[in-house]
Ligand binder design. Structure first.
Ligand SMILES: *Cc1c(COP(=O)(O)O)cnc(C)c1O
Length: 383
């Protein structure tokens, strides 16, 4: 069977150049060649992260690096604040529970964005809080948070700001050094266009000071061990994925980091215009570039929509997670995707909804998306 074209917020379609790089001969990870490779990757990745802070490399999915932040930045008697507006905010909370860290939660209705004042209020009410854990883009709802404003609040105090940018890195604006974000977590399989298996975290000077005195248990995820062996990594790295990442970063930098950001935002904007034009409702109050979440129209079954898209078009979009299962659809805009694909997924969605009995005039969504593309003079060529 033909593999599905992935319009999901990770894992994403991998460019052929990246897949070919991954297929190269494995090199020895204790030799200079590997250290040179990782050094070169590191210089390029820092440009995508937009940071001069140390970036640590872990062989795991993104969650491994999230766990590493909890166990390396905290002490057993610390109190932290978690923003829980979806599946991934929930993950920060569960990590705090797993390591028995006292945590305060700002629980948001899924689809809502945290208001920075809520964070200010929580820090004032609980002055012992020493770190805030939040998402850049809460992928389960397609919601982007205002990290710049949140950083202004944490920087007024001795409070670390730890941002899960696993899906948002490179496609949602984030300026760790300019704004003062202590740790940024990312993974290989989202906007970086590499298969799953690598996780990254950038660590500020302030965060290193916390890491020096952290007493929570850790072994594989030890920041200090990772720093000591920076370009060799303490354990066997996923060598082939590092080679793939090197090539993906070449593509991103040839294209330009600003271009990746602008292009992905444009795809999201075109998609939002399209789904709204055919009468679907956006789920998120602050939608971002990673994925567009829409409510499943009344009377239709999301499983049927997803199955028809796969069967008839080899297109995979996502449904909702947890209590949103069956209630929303999510269309991803990251990975090896170009404008022709954006127009294609909208056309396929229109046809699918039409066949399932939803009332719409065919072409309405595609036209709305085309109008968004037509307004833009910036180059929109796919990779
Ligand atoms: C995908 C994702 C994760 C989880 O990453 P895994 O690689 O599945 O461990 C965490 N946070 C966000 C925001 C994500 O999009």
């Amino acid at each position: 069977m033909k593999p599905d074209f992935l319009f999901v917020p990770g894992p994403v379609n991998v460019p052929r150049r990246v897949a070919l790089a991954e297929a190269r001969e494995v090199i020895y990870h204790r030799g200079e060649e590997f250290a040179e490779l990782l050094k070169s990757v590191d210089a390029k990745l820092k440009r995508v992260f937009r940071t001069q802070n140390t970036i640590l490399y872990f062989t795991s999915s993104g969650t491994g690096a999230m766990e590493a932040c909890v166990t390396n930045l905290l002490n057993s008697n610390d109190e932290v604040l978690v923003i829980e507006g979806g599946k991934f905010g929930q993950r920060w909370r569960e990590l705090c529970q797993a390591f028995r860290v006292k945590h305060h939660v700002i629980a948001l209705e899924w689809g809502r964005a945290v208001r920075p004042e809520q964070i200010e209020d929580a820090l004032r009410a609980h002055p012992k809080i020493s770190a805030v854990f939040v998402q850049l883009s809460e992928t389960s709802t397609g919601t982007v948070y205002d990290i710049e404003s949140i950083a202004k609040i944490t920087n007024k105090r001795d409070v670390l700001l730890v941002v899960d940018a696993i899906s948002g890195l490179g496609v949602v604006p984030l300026e760790p050094d300019k704004w003062g974000v202590d740790c940024v977590v990312a993974g290989s399989q989202k906007s970086l266009m590499v298969p799953p298996g690598l996780a990254f975290v950038s660590v500020s000077e302030r965060a290193w000071q916390r890491a020096a005195k952290s007493d929570l248990p850790k072994y594989y995820w030890d920041f200090n061990a990772a720093k000591k062996n920076l370009y060799f990594t303490p354990f066997t790295p996923a060598i082939s994925l590092v080679m793939a990442l090197d090539e993906a970063l070449n593509i991103i930098l040839e294209d330009g980091v600003e271009h990746l950001l602008a292009r992905t935002e444009l795809y999201a904007r075109a998609t939002r215009a399209a789904v709204t034009a055919i009468g679907l409702k956006l789920f998120s109050e602050r939608p971002g570039a990673v994925c567009t979440a829409v409510l499943v129209p009344a009377g239709l079954n999301s499983k049927e929509i997803l199955e028809s898209l796969r069967r008839d078009f080899s297109i995979k979009i996502s449904g909702g997670q947890d209590h949103l299962k069956g209630k929303i659809l999510r269309i991803g805009h990251i990975g090896d995707i170009g404008p022709k694909d954006v127009l294609g997924v909208i056309a396929a969605l229109e046809l699918t909804l039409h066949r399932l009995g939803y009332k719409l005039e065919l072409g309405t969504g595609v036209r709305a998306a085309m109008e968004v593309f037509a307004e833009h003079t910036m180059p929109v060529a796919s990779l």
